[in-house]
Structure formats: structure tokens, C-alpha cells
Design a protein around this ligand. Structure first.
Ligand SMILES: Nc1nc2c(ncn2[C@@H]2O[C@H](COP(=O)(O)OP(=O)(O)OP(=O)(O)O)[C@@H](O)[C@H]2O)c(=O)[nH]1
Ligand SMILES: [Mg+2]
Length: 314
């Protein structure tokens, strides 16, 4: 398997945040501090750890990813695409790790689509150690001033210590204030979402209003599919959207599946596109579909009780 969707846990829904950085930086210690308010023993993270917590009024789904090199091209990349915000942590007392951290940081930041607004909280941890470098040297060493060129990123740096708790509160406050705004802006509320195989057999369909109950919706949907199949005949990996009446229709196909979504006209097709691209990444390498429903719920961030679900048509 290319990615590791089966390692994901999808039982809650909140604002998705990922915590990444080289091993030993203190990522799990940070998450422990958020959850318990204390500095506690940790072990190296195998794959990932998932936690849900409320910070102020906002609910967060925190994905604490292992920093070992074997996770960086697989789990990191899939989860970063899913997340609204990225916490990148370094060990500020270990300048020998800075070059590698720099390389990984920029590789990951550059993965983010330019149209996608996202947050970066950069934590220079282990500030309690006497070898810890000052913030300015770290910003210079990692070229972090270049973040100003990323128009879609809001970012902040802190020196923190998970041991003493220094700046943990300030970092969380920054996250809370900035993610809440972003989540409201980006939230879409799909009326319909479907994954079908390339022959058009649906694997999963979720509907808010039932296509047949609204003839204009159904007509728009059929028109979108029609225009889509004409334009893209023989081509795969394409994503297209069209507006018709009160709705937007977004469709993507790869060489195995067709993804389609209907949202209200005033909602962001960029967010719809992001969600479909993330699903595509996660679904494509899947060998069975037992996790499909929970992955869809997580990525679309929906309350399933508002939907009619149909699955496994084949
Ligand atoms: N002195 C000091 N030690 C810390 C601090 N934060 C974490 N540590 C220690 O650093 C080590 C690694 O911490 P973890 O939180 O497990 O690191 P991680 O980034 O999750 O590592 P991986 O899961 O392997 O990627 C542990 O021994 C922690 O106790 C800190 O602020 N100060
Ligand atoms: Mg860890």
C-alpha cells in the first residue's frame, strides 16, 4: 500500500491538525501536554497517534505523526494534505538537525496547493536546555522568513518547552484563534457525495436531500456528468466543476474511480476540490473498502446522521 489509510482513526471530527518534525523534537510531549497539562514520558511514535480535544470553543483532531524517516514520504504527506494546520516542531538545542529539518519543512510546505489557506505553527522546542538557540538564529538558519512569500499561509513561531510549559499556552491560543476563522471560512456542506468505480457503479453515495426529490438538482447533476464525460473522454486524473442553478458540481476521475460532489453555489469549490483530492489519495491504494465510510466522514467533516447513505452497490 502506498499510504497507510488503515492506520487512521476516524471516530471523531474536528479541525484536522498535524504535528510533524524530526524524531525526538518533542511532538508527542506537546500533544501529551495539551491532553493532560503535564510533561510526561513518551516513546517514539510508530506511525501516528490520534487525539481529539477541545481548545476553547474549537474541537481539534490532532494527528501526532512519527518523525522517523520512513514516515515522512508516506504518512506525513497524506495527513498534511488533509489538515487545515501544520505544527512543525524542531529541537532548538540540536543545531545539527537543522539542515535536515529545513529540507523536510520546505518539502512539506511546498506540497500545499497555493489556493488552499493554511496555518503553520512553528515550534522551536526544548527551550529549557542551555544549548537551545535563539529564535532569530533558527529563523535565519531555516530560511523561515521565506514564509512571507506564501500568500496562503498564516504562520507564527514560538520557542517552547514541553518540560517547563513555556509558551505552550500562547501557541495554543494562536492556533485556536486562527483555526476557528479558517474553519468557518472553508467549511462546505456537501448535499451529495459519491464514489463510483470507473464504470459508474457507486461504491458509496451520501445524500442530504435525495437527488430525486429535487428535479433541478438531478438535471444539473446529469448535465455536469454529461459535459464531464464528453470533455474528458479518454482522459483521467482530471477534475472539473460546473455551476448550474443553485448548485456547484465537482467531479474528478482517476483510472479507477469517479468522485462527484454537489455543494451550494456560494460555497468554495477550492475546498471541495481539496477534499476530493485528499479522498482520491486515500482511496486509490485501498485494497478493501471497510474504512471507506469513516474516511469519507472524516475528510468531508460531516455529520452522517444528516445524510442518507448507500454503499456497496456491486
Ligand atoms: N528538555 C526537554 N526535553 C524534552 C522536551 N520536549 C520533549 N522532550 C524529550 O525529548 C524526547 C522526545 O520527545 P517526544 O515527544 O517523544 O518526541 P517526538 O517528536 O514525538 O519523537 P517521534 O515520535 O520519534 O517523532 C523525550 O525524551 C522527551 O521527554 C522539552 O521541551 N525539553
Ligand atoms: Mg512522537
Amino acid at each position: 500500500m502506498k499510504n497507510a489509510p488503515t492506520a487512521m482513526k476516524f471516530d471523531k471530527k474536528g479541525i484536522p491538525l498535524v504535528v510533524i518534525g524530526l524524531s525526538q523534537a518533542g511532538k508527542s510531549s506537546f500533544v501529551k501536554r495539551i491532553m493532560t497539562g503535564k510533561f510526561e514520558e513518551t516513546k517514539p511514535t510508530m506511525g501516528l497517534q490520534f487525539e481529539t480535544t477541545d481548545i476553547g470553543d474549537a474541537r481539534f483532531d490532532i494527528f501526532d505523526l512519527g518523525g522517523h524517516i520512513s514516515y515522512r514520504k508516506t504518512i506525513w504527506e497524506s495527513y498534511v494534505k488533509l489538515a487545515y494546520g501544520l505544527v512543525f516542531m524542531i529541537d532548538s538545542a540540536d543545531p545539527e538537525s537543522f539542515d535536515e529539518a529545513k529540507e523536510e519543512f520546505w518539502r512539506i510546505v511546498d506540497l500545499k496547493d497555493n489556493r488552499d489557506e493554511f496555518l503553520i505553527l512553528f515550534l522551536c522546542n526544548k527551550a529549557d536546555l542551555k544549548e537551545s538557540l535563539d529564535l532569530e538564529s533558527i529563523i535565519n538558519h531555516l530560511g523561515l522568513y521565506n514564509l512571507a512569500k506564501k500568500e496562503n499561509a498564516s504562520y507564527q513561531f514560538f520557542k517552547t518547552s514541553m518540560k517547563t510549559g513555556e509558551n505552550v499556552h500562547n501557541a495554543l491560543n494562536w492556533l485556536k484563534n486562527n483555526t476557528a476563522k479558517l474553519a468557518t471560512k472553508r467549511k462546505i456542506d456537501p448535499l451529495m457525495f459519491m464514489i463510483a468505480d470507473i464504470d459508474g457503479f457507486p461504491l458509496l453515495e451520501i445524500d442530504k436531500i435525495g437527488l430525486e426529490e429535487d428535479p433541478s438538482l438531478l438535471a444539473g447533476f446529469l448535465a455536469a456528468i454529461e459535459s464531464f464525460s464528453q470533455r474528458l473522454f479518454g482522459k483521467t486524473g482530471m477534475l472539473q466543476y460546473m455551476v448550474s442553478g443553485d448548485y456547484k458540481y465537482i467531479i474528478k476521475t482517476d483510472d479507477q474511480y469517479i468522485y462527484s460532489m454537489i455543494i451550494a453555489k456560494d460555497e468554495s469549490q477550492h475546498e471541495a476540490r481539496r477534499e476530493i483530492e485528499v479522498l482520491n489519495e486515500l482511496v486509490q491504494p485501498m485494497e478493501d473498502f471497510t474504512m471507506l465510510e469513516s474516511i469519507v466522514v472524516q475528510v468531508l467533516n460531516i455529520d452522517l446522521s444528516e445524510y442518507v447513505i448507500q454503499k456497496g452497490f456491486k
